[in-house]
Design a protein around this ligand. Structure first.
Ligand code: FAD
Length: 345
């Protein structure tokens, strides 16, 4: 493998039902930073059927080029044709870096593609940088420059690992939604579209989709909320979430929770914040009766403002909080709600 041949930062532009997923824009935002450090450009890879019209939107969020594979075989996501399409794009255009969202689709697609093109993949990255690898070279060891340094929690979140892929290309990573930030939309951007046809041979091994049944959920997506009122085991039981709902309503926010709450069956998994839940970045995050375990903090530390309420003044949540209130949540939270309501009048 001649590594020098591989250029550019590529992003898998996930779409579902011909609507681009937010992760595509978030990855483009990060790709722009990486491309700047490498003095290269950013390409979005758009796979689907009848998706060409989406290319300008990708340009508006930072794609210098949009490589489109438009084929009826790609109408709905299926592992085999999507793997074939993305692997073919990689083999043809030879990117230095390939980023994929750690969504249900990306988690299926990314590892398949990396195996197909014989490179490595670091899953669920929380940070991506360009730098030297190894960070400090031992005597006699070659230090490679301009490597993608992929950082992710390891061993159940007890340590943070930085991983590189120095001998193969592309360097592949998946990143969870909500971790990276999109750039401000460039109005009127026009995409530089490159159409590519990898050829799909009719294949009776492809999965046939007979029907798509959408999950019905009555919970909101906490990743979209501007204000989150999050509760932990300190709530003591599901009925006590009423006081958080009242606070959230007074603030125009939504309720979320820790894993301990989900494991206890008090709230659905959709509302869980953290390493094995969702990564959120609201303007205000209330952590109420939450101790601040590293796995929880990993999912909310990028919030603009963190307010913690806990009866234990040594709780680690206070280390990441901008404001901390030591006290019994059963007394503090209703009082807070009352004050907010009174101030609104
Ligand atoms: P606790 O740690 O029990 O904390 C309860 C807090 O409430 C305490 O600090 C206590 O002082 C306070 N409290 C009690 N009563 C009151 C009161 N009346 N007033 C005020 N404060 C009170 N956790 C997540 O949240 N999200 C994840 O995605 C996640 N992923 C994980 C992945 C792995 C691989 C592992 C090993 C763990 C993961 N965890 C995750 C679990 C995590 O380690 C913690 O166990 C969990 O976050 C604890 O939840 P908690 O803070 O609600 O409960």
């Amino acid at each position: 493998m001649n590594l020098e041949e591989y250029k550019g930062v590529f992003v898998f532009a996930q779409q579902v039902d011909n609507k681009l997923s937010g992760i595509a824009f978030e990855l483009l935002g990060k790709a722009k930073d990486l491309a700047k450090d490498l003095n290269t450009d950013v390409a979005a890879v758009l796979l689907g059927s009848g998706v060409k019209d989406l290319a300008d939107e990708l340009a508006a969020y930072g794609a210098d080029r949009v490589i489109v594979v438009d084929d009826p075989e790609l109408k709905d996501y299926r592992t085999e044709p999507y793997t074939h399409a993305l692997s073919s794009v990689i083999n043809e255009f030879k990117p230095e870096i390939m980023l994929v969202g750690a969504t249900a689709i990306g988690r299926d697609l990314g590892p398949r593609v990396s195996a197909r093109v014989a490179t490595g993949l670091t899953a669920d990255c929380t940070q991506l940088d360009i730098g030297d690898f190894p960070l400090v070279a031992k005597e006699g060891q070659e230090q490679k420059h301009n490597q993608l340094l992929m950082t992710r929690p390891a061993f159940g979140g007890n340590t943070i690992a930085t991983i590189a892929c120095p001998n193969n290309r592309p360097q592949m990573a998946t990143v969870r939604p909500g971790v990276m930030q999109k750039i401000e939309r460039i109005e009127g951007a026009k995409a530089n579209v490159v159409e590519y046809n990898p050829g799909f041979t009719p294949n009776n091994k492809y999965v046939e989709i007979l029907d798509v049944v959408k999950a019905v959920t009555d919970t909101v997506d906490i990743m979209d909320a501007k204000i989150l009122v999050s509760g932990g085991r300190g709530l003591g039981g599901p009925e006590n979430f009423k006081i958080l709902e009242d606070l959230a309503e007074a603030l125009g926010g939504e309720v979320s929770c820790s894993r301990a709450v989900v494991d206890s069956g008090w709230k659905p998994k959709d509302l869980q914040v953290g390493q094995t839940g969702k990564t959120v970045r609201p303007q205000v995050y209330f952590a109420i009766g939450i101790s601040g375990a590293i796995q929880h903090v990993a999912g909310m530390e990028e919030s603009d403002l963190i307010i913690a309420i806990n009866k234990d003044e040594t709780a680690p949540i206070f280390d990441v909080a901008d404001y901390g209130l030591v006290g019994d949540l059963n007394k503090v939270v209703p009082k807070l709600t009352e004050m907010i309501k009174a101030n609104k009048k």
